[in-house]
Design a protein around this ligand. Sequence first.
Ligand code: DHK
Length: 148
Amino acid sequence: MSRLVTILNGPNLNLLGMHQPHIYGHETLGDVEVDCRTLATELGLELRFLQSNHEGQIVDWIHEARETAGGIAINPAAFTHTSVAILDALNTFEGPVIEVHISNVHKRESFRHHSYVSLRADGVIAGFGTQGYGLALRRLARLIDEKA
Ligand code: DHK
């Protein structure tokens, strides 16, 4: 199985660290990417780290991952709660999928309690701050190793 992992980030995460730090913390998405790249190297993974505010772009990247990646970690942000298109795209991907939320969505507004992506995800991480991305990478490395 490919040791390439794709990390996908949805809308507004380009502004991470610059708004609502009491919910999302002070780290920027650039900081998260640097940490993920360091950890990926330690774990022997290759990494593609992407962010888009556009649903169709995320669908296209999931289709690309079908051809190239051994696993996906995705923080779909607001699309978590709305996007059947992203769920359908993830259902075409055969490798492990981990869903990441920086905040504990279950402690927040009720509309954040439902996730379409959870219908496909092999695991869900919420409320661990940006540390959740590293936890997702560790889990994907384990699942990819187990399938090798
Ligand atoms: C990020 C967002 O932008 C919200 O729309 C989600 C998620 C939660 C997060 O915690 O990472 O509801």
